[in-house]
Design a protein around this ligand. Structure first.
Ligand code: SF4
Length: 305
């Protein structure tokens, strides 16, 4: 293991590469990465880096997003099986039909969508900025896709009329009310923090609803010692590392995303060595998808600053 880590680090320097890891990646991938974060943070890192090669340890829509933002760079996804079932639940044809049925509505897509889908939408969002992005659009009517739970959560924080696509994340919908109640019974003083991709019933039990980066910030500033974490379990690695004095309890061990676990040290090493598999996005689609993401980055910059 130490050997392969040393080899990856050597290759990283000689090839001027940067390794990005999503918060749901395996602990050893998070540990070797230059940046660990959520989709928005990583898309910003991908856009800002001057590295020649971006190795994206996440799922394919994330690596696509990096390629869309950095077309001249080589973007590698160590294992091409890393897909996202939620992203696969909506297609460009679905959007065309929705637009026909709802003239005048603007289409907001969650970043968990393919490049083809992004190319058909008006603006992109992540779970950290979804409410602000929906509130920022000109139209009073918004088509939101593909996640029904995030859409439903946003609809409670906006006056816009929302048409919500019926997609969902299987990992987050694996968390049931009974799981949370059981954990709350076992840890009565713990705060329950949940990702907005969880079901509405589960979110009703939450002390805090926020994105993965929001969870990381929240547990640092909240005075509680114990936290029940309602998102993919691999985030516990980062939480423990950054807040070692606190206790983190997974809301359910069923919150495991197998798609996020295809990338490992071996595939990362092979990928960097051979510079494949490389993420490609056809230029026409890339340009359109770029505008959708760029709008989000511009709006969130205004909101952040
Ligand atoms: S956790 Fe859910 S949204 Fe994230 S990659 Fe897995 S299936 Fe997709």
């Amino acid at each position: 293991m130490e050997n392969i880590i040393a080899e990856i680090n050597k290759l990283k320097i000689s090839k001027k590469a940067v390794i990005l890891s999503h918060n749901y990646q395996l602990p050893e991938i998070q540990d070797i990465a230059d940046f660990v974060g959520d989709s928005l943070e990583l898309s910003r890192n991908a856009a800002d880096t001057d590295a020649n090669i971006i190795v994206f340890c996440g799922v394919n829509f994330m690596a696509e997003t990096a390629k869309i933002l950095s077309p001249k760079k080589t973007v590698l996804l160590p294992d091409l099986r890393s897909g996202c079932p939620l992203a696969d639940m909506v297609t460009p044809d679905d959007i065309k039909k929705l637009r026909e049925e709802n003239p005048g509505a603007e289409v907001v897509c969650y970043i968990n969508t393919s490049a083809e889908v992004k190319a058909e939408c008006d603006i992109c969002c992540t779970s950290s900025n979804a409410v602000d992005i929906v509130n920022s659009v000109n139209s009073d009517m918004v088509i939101f896709l593909p996640d029904r739970n995030l859409g439903n959560y946003v609809s409670k924080h906006t006056k816009k009329k929302m048409i919500i696509w019926n997609g969902y994340c299987p990992t987050h919908e694996n968390l049931k009310i009974e799981d949370v109640l059981e954990m709350k019974k076992l840890y009565p003083n713990a705060k329950f923090v949940a990702h907005p991709e969880c079901t509405e019933d589960v979110l009703k039990l939450a002390d805090k609803i926020t994105s993965t980066s929001g969870i990381i910030k929240y547990v640092k500033t909240d005075p509680s010692k114990d936290f029940i974490i309602g998102t993919e379990t691999a985030i516990l690695h980062r939480l423990k590392k950054e807040s070692p004095e606190k206790n983190f309890i997974p809301a359910s061990r069923k919150m495991y995303c197998p798609n996020m676990k295809y990338n490992n040290l071996e595939s990362l090493y092979e990928s960097l060595l051979n510079e494949e598999p490389e993420m490609e996005v056809p230029e026409k689609i890339r340009q359109k998808a770029y505008l959708t993401i760029k709008k989000m980055l511009d709006v969130s910059k205004i909101i952040v600053s």
